[in-house]
Write a protein that binds this ligand. Structure first.
Ligand SMILES: [Zn+2]
Ligand SMILES: [Zn+2]
Length: 329
C-alpha cells in the first residue's frame, strides 16, 4: 500500500471513530426510543461477530478471491471511462449508481422468499441502534459488496475512491440505524435518516414493503415506497424486529436461514444445549469477573483512603506540634 493510501486510510478511520462517538453521544442525549441501553440485546453479537470477525473474513473473500480474480481475467481498459474524472465526481457517480442498485436489491429481498432468508437477520433486532446496521447475513454482504466494489476496481477509479466510499457506507450505516430523534424537515426527501429507516425496522405490516433506501431517500419517494406517518412506532418489544422467533446466536442465525428449526425443541439434545448456553455462560462469567474486579478495587480503594486518612492525621498532628512549639519559642 502506498503512503498516500496509508494516510487516507488513517484519515478515514479517524473520521469514522469521531463520527461513531458523536452518534453514541447523540443517542444518549436525544433518543428516538427512550430507555434503550448502550449494551442492548445482541450488542456483543453485532460487535464481535458481525462487525469484527465477519467483516474481516468477508473482506478477504470479496477482494482477494472474487474481485481480484475477475479483474485479472478480463481486459476492462476499454470501459475505464471514469478514469479521467476528478475524485469527487467519481465518488458521486459510484455513490448514486450503487445506491440505486441497493434500493432495488433491498426491495427484491423483501418481496422474494429465498432472498428474504439473506436479509431477515438484519431485521431481527428488537433494540435498534447505531450498531444494528452491521447485522447482515454473510451472503447479503458478499453479493452487495462485490457489486459495490467490483466496478470501482474494474473501471479504474482513483485509489482514493474505495476508502472514501467505504467510509460513507459506514457513516450512513450508523446514522440511519441510530436511536436518535432527528428531525430532517425537507431534507428527508433527499437523505435517508433514522426518521425513515427506524420505521423500516419496526414490526408493522404497512412498512414491510416500504422505506428501502440506504443513503438517498429520494428513491423511496420516486418509486412510491416512502412511509412517513408523522409519529413513531410503539416502544414495546413486539413493535420491533421480526414477527416470528429468530435465533440470537451468529451461527444459529445463519443456520436458520438455510433450515428452519425450533431452538426450544433442540434443547433436549445435550450438544445443542451445551452450544446454546455457551455464549450466555461465557458472558455471565465475564460479568462476574468484572464485578469481582470492581469489588476488590473498591475494597482496595477504601483501605487506601483509610491509610491516607491515618497518615494525614499524623501529619496534621506533627504540623500542629511544630506550630505550637514555634509559638512557644
Ligand atoms: Zn429491509
Ligand atoms: Zn437497516
Amino acid at each position: 500500500m502506498s503512503s498516500t493510501n496509508m494516510n487516507l486510510l488513517t484519515i478515514t478511520t479517524s473520521i469514522l471513530f469521531c463520527w461513531m462517538f458523536f452518534i453514541i453521544l447523540m443517542e444518549r442525549l436525544f433518543p428516538y426510543r427512550k430507555g434503550l441501553k448502550f449494551f442492548r440485546e445482541g450488542f456483543w453479537v453485532d460487535l464481535v461477530w458481525y462487525t469484527i470477525i465477519q467483516s474481516y473474513f468477508l473482506k478477504i473473500l470479496i477482494f482477494d478471491y472474487i474481485i481480484q480474480p475477475i479483474n485479472h481475467s478480463f481486459d476492462w481498459s476499454a470501459y475505464q471511462f471514469v478514469k479521467h474524472w476528478s475524485v469527487p465526481v467519481q465518488v458521486l457517480f459510484f455513490l448514486i449508481t450503487h445506491d440505486f442498485y441497493i434500493y432495488w436489491f433491498h426491495r427484491f429481498q423483501h418481496a422474494n422468499k429465498f432472498l428474504w432468508r439473506t436479509h431477515e437477520a438484519h431485521h431481527s433486532g428488537k433494540e435498534v441502534d447505531f450498531l444494528e446496521g452491521s447485522r447482515s447475513h454473510a451472503v447479503e454482504i458478499i453479493i452487495n459488496q462485490t457489486i459495490e466494489f467490483l466496478p470501482i476496481i474494474v473501471l479504474g477509479a482513483d485509489p482514493a475512491v474505495l476508502p472514501i466510499k467505504a467510509l460513507l457506507d459506514a457513516v450512513f450505516g450508523m446514522f440511519i440505524h441510530a436511536n436518535i430523534d432527528v428531525k430532517m424537515g425537507k431534507w428527508k426527501y433527499i437523505f435517508n435518516s433514522p426518521e425513515l429507516h427506524l420505521w423500516h425496522h419496526a414490526n408493522y405490516q404497512e412498512v414491510f414493503h416500504a422505506n428501502f433506501s440506504t443513503k438517498f431517500a429520494f428513491w423511496d419517494y420516486l418509486f412510491g415506497t416512502a412511509y412517513f406517518p408523522g409519529h413513531k412506532p410503539g416502544n414495546e418489544r413486539e413493535n420491533w424486529g421480526l414477527y416470528y422467533d429468530f435465533p440470537k446466536d451468529y451461527f444459529l442465525q445463519h443456520a436458520f436461514s438455510i433450515k428452519r428449526f425450533d431452538e426450544k425443541k433442540l434443547l433436549r439434545y445435550k450438544w445443542f444445549a451445551w452450544y446454546y448456553n455457551l455464549r450466555p455462560n461465557i458472558l455471565k462469567k465475564i460479568t462476574h469477573w468484572i464485578e469481582d474486579l470492581e469489588h476488590s478495587f473498591m475494597v482496595e480503594n477504601s483501605s487506601m483512603t483509610y491509610r491516607r486518612t491515618e497518615q494525614q492525621e499524623n501529619k496534621e498532628k506533627n504540623e500542629s506540634y511544630n506550630h505550637h512549639s514555634e509559638h512557644i519559642k
